[in-house]
Design a protein around this ligand. Structure first.
Ligand code: ADP
Ligand code: ZN
Length: 722
């Protein structure tokens, strides 16, 4: 334990490690979060092992004293090792990774109560448009002024005005108030034979308190959740904390009610849109050990658990576990490493595991547990292809005759249909019939997507939005703009034409953008108030609607285009997952897949329901390409607001490339999104043999090249998209 001097990992990445004196009367440990002086400012740091944080020696007499220790438990050794590993593996700065741990807690210093505001019921002296807006938006909300301003889309000054008039009233929130306790024995179900076997092993793994990476491979509807809930129950019984990572916030509501039914209390949720008071409350409860179960998005992985006993990554194949900016990490892989450092089991649950995960299981590195059949006698759905080259829908239509017919029959029988198209909005491209002008994002190399419901043209990369004009901005012609191609909104319109009496629900991140809306949708779909669901990848997972007997895939070929390294795998997973929504109850399900390439191996495997055939073929393709899991990929992305500057920087890196036998280096070339958020992007790709020391090579290489301040160089280890 450091007694007289302490080395700090500083949260500002621009500053290296700094040494301080521990003043008499202050006790710090490795992992303590402390406040230190820096010039006239105060900074936060974590007391770190000197050996793992080299720094140039400073004489004792030059050291300034630490100012305070923040009153939260020290960051555990296990989490410190995880921070170091993550920075090392993903070629990120230690400070950047540590910041994900610390700043996620919000204002860690300060009093245990915080002030939130809510409408008091009174009216302002004078109604202005801004105030009216705030009134409409803040009904039923309670949060800090800053958060309310964000919710209402008005300035904080407007809201402070309302506070002064008593229209918004303060509420003191006790940040450290306890959470309701979950009970391991509250409402345990009877498991079937397969579930019982698998859960016995999971429970055993929790008892053993050793690192155990486990792939829970079970077909859709096999009851994976109930099965791993038994492991959760055992951890609860043993007073160990549990982390369940879920890919999508919109899904959590259904999950939370299931959890509450089983354990008698809701778990703590963790995601990016938490209010600051909730953030701080959860962070502290997790660090003190009071929190029992945390259900969260990938960022929940970096929370300071006091005594973690189990990690579950549900839908572990999902790409949203990959963080694409800041520290580019894959939460699935980091979860396994956290399990390794904490010496606990990590369960990766999926019906369509990533090829990498299956390979780890096949080579004995992960243990594999299998649930081979659906729970309660439900059968797997029948799958048929519709060849779009033969069954062409009419002009401006995307639903073929056989799919229409099947939907009509479902409606007549009072059953539900689901149509899947992984494209938000109404149409992916808008052009002028007269002059050929196309609406493009000013900040990105991407078309603007028409969102007819919100009457916007929007960029899905940077968020840029404009209202669709009446006339063409190029030639000035009126009524000449045409929507090209379908998005889910357009498919929903087509359904309304085919089935005018059907109750249609549109499910995308635009419509299901809050937990309340997600819960409302689930309740309506379960209660039979919806006949047809039209949705993006949001509908492919998690949902369990017993009356849903038909799934239609509008365009199975969509995912096969574009620069996705795992395009075939992704297509397989998405279609198999959405297919898995059909026939989960007593009635059998049917899946109709529209495609122009029925002969493509992945489509053929889907039709045959032959998962092994698909994985075998894909494995061979990866092996011969030296792709993961047989080789490794990395990307170096060089960007600047100035195109020439970015290109020159990328060329400088390219010119100093190391010449190695086990790493092949391609590029630089313009990145697939050559312009993104006003930055020009160039990219180098590295394909390495497994034996290569990829990270070391990249670090050494990049450290030799200097760039002007406007250039950013990012590294993506194990990238998902090219
Ligand atoms: P998966 O996650 O494998 O797709 P789920 O865990 O969602 O499957 O289970 C499918 C359905 O079967 C759910 O409605 C679930 O409540 C039900 N179910 C699974 N196992 C049991 C059980 N042992 N007892 C009662 N219902 C179960
Ligand atoms: Zn854009």
């Amino acid at each position: 334990m450091p007694s007289t001097r302490a080395r700090l990992l500083i949260m500002n990445a621009a500053l290296g490690p700094l040494d301080y004196r521990v003043p008499a009367g202050m006790t710090v440990e490795y992992g303590s979060i402390v406040v230190a002086p820096l010039g006239p400012r105060q900074i936060m740091g974590i007391v770190w092992e000197e050996a793992s944080l080299p720094s140039s020696p400073v004489p004792e007499s030059k050291l300034r004293p630490l100012l305070a220790v923040v009153d939260v438990p020290p960051i555990t050794a296990e989490l410190r090792r995880l921070i170091e590993w993550t920075a090392e593996y993903y070629i990120a700065s230690l400070a950047g990774v540590a910041r994900m741990v610390i700043s996620s807690g919000g204002a860690l210093r300060g009093p245990a109560t915080m002030t939130e505001y809510r409408l008091s019921g009174g009216l302002p002296e004078r109604m202005t448009p801004q105030r009216e807006r705030a009134f409409g938006a803040l009904e039923g909300e309670q949060a800090t002024i800053r958060e309310l301003a964000g919710l209402a889309g008005v300035s904080e000054a407007v809201l402070r005005g309302l506070v002064n008039q008593g229209v918004l009233e303060p509420v003191e929130v006790d940040v450290d108030r306890p959470y309701p306790r979950a009970r391991h024995d509250h409402n345990a179900p009877d498991l079937n034979k397969f579930q019982a076997e698998v859960s016995a092993r999971l429970v055993e793994a929790v008892e053993q308190e050793e690192f155990a990476p486990i792939l829970l491979d079970g077909v859709t509807g096999s009851g994976k959740t109930e099965t791993y809930f038994e492991a959760v129950a055992r951890a609860l019984k043993n007073d160990r904390q549990v982390l369940v990572l879920l890919p999508e916030i919109a899904l959590t509501e259904a999950f939370l009610s299931r959890f509450e039914a089983r354990f008698g209390a809701a778990p703590i949720t963790w995601h990016s849109s938490l209010k600051s008071t909730e953030r701080r409350r959860a962070w502290r409860a997790i660090a003190s050990g009071e929190a029992q179960v945390v259900v969260g998005a990938r960022s929940a992985l970096f929370l300071p658990y006091a005594n973690l006993g189990l990690i579950v990554v549900d839908e572990a194949h999902e790409i949203s576990f990959k963080q694409e900016d800041g520290v580019r990490y894959n939460a699935r892989d980091v979860a396994v490493m956290r399990g390794h450092f904490e010496k606990i089991p990590v369960v990766l649950a999926s019906a369509t595991p990533a090829l990498e995960s299956l390979h780890m299981a096949d080579t004995g590195i992960y243990e594999k547990l299998v649930l081979p059949s659906r729970f309660g006698g439900a059968t797997m759905p029948a799958i048929h292809l519709i060849n779009l080259t033969e069954e062409q829908p009419g002009r401006g239509a995307w639903i073929s005759a056989p799919l229409r017919q099947a939907m009509v029959e479902r409606l007549e029988r009072g059953e539900q249909s689901l149509l899947f198209l992984n494209r938000r909005g109404y149409a992916p491209l808008t052009l002028c019939r007269n002059c050929g002008f196309r609406f493009k994002c000013p900040n990105c190399s991407a078309w603007l997507v028409e969102h007819r419901l919100s009457k916007r043209l929007a960029c899905h990369h940077c968020g840029h939005e404009t209202a669709p004009p009446e006339t063409c901005p190029e030639c000035g012609e009126p009524d000449c703009l045409v929507a090209c191609g379908p998005g889910v909104e357009r498919i929903a319109d087509e359904v309304a034409e085919i089935l005018p009496d059907a109750r249609v629900a549109l499910v995308t991140s635009d419509t299901l953008n809050s937990p309340e809306k997600a819960a409302e949708f689930v309740a309506m779909a379960e209660g039979g108030a919806i006949d047809v669901i039209v949705g993006t990848q949001l509908v492919t997972k998690g949902f369990h609607f017993p009356e849903l007997t038909l799934v239609g895939v509008i365009d199975a070929d969509l995912g096969l285009e574009g620069g996705d390294l795992r395009a075939a795998e992704r297509t397989y997973q998405q279609v198999a997952q959405v297919a898995g929504r059909a026939g989960r109850g007593a009635k059998a399900g049917e899946v109709l897949i529209q495609t122009r390439h029925p002969e493509a191996p992945v489509i053929a495997a889907l039709e045959a329901g032959d998962r092994d055939a698909f994985y075998e073929a894909e494995t061979e393709a990866r092996r011969s390409a030296g792709a993961p899991p047989f080789g490794r990929w990395a990307a170096i992305i060089v960007s600047s607001e100035d195109d020439a500057e970015a290109r020159m920087a990328a060329n400088r890196i390219g010119d100093t490339r190391p010449n190695l036998d086990d790493v092949m280096i391609l590029g630089p070339a313009p990145a697939p999104l050559a312009l993104l958020r006003n930055r020009y992007r160039y990219r180098l790709l590295l394909n390495a043999r497994r034996s290569a020391q990829l990270q070391k090579v990249i670090r050494q290489w990049l450290s030799q090249v200097d760039h002007p301040p406007g250039v950013r160089v990012g590294v993506d280890i194990d990238p998902y998209s090219f």
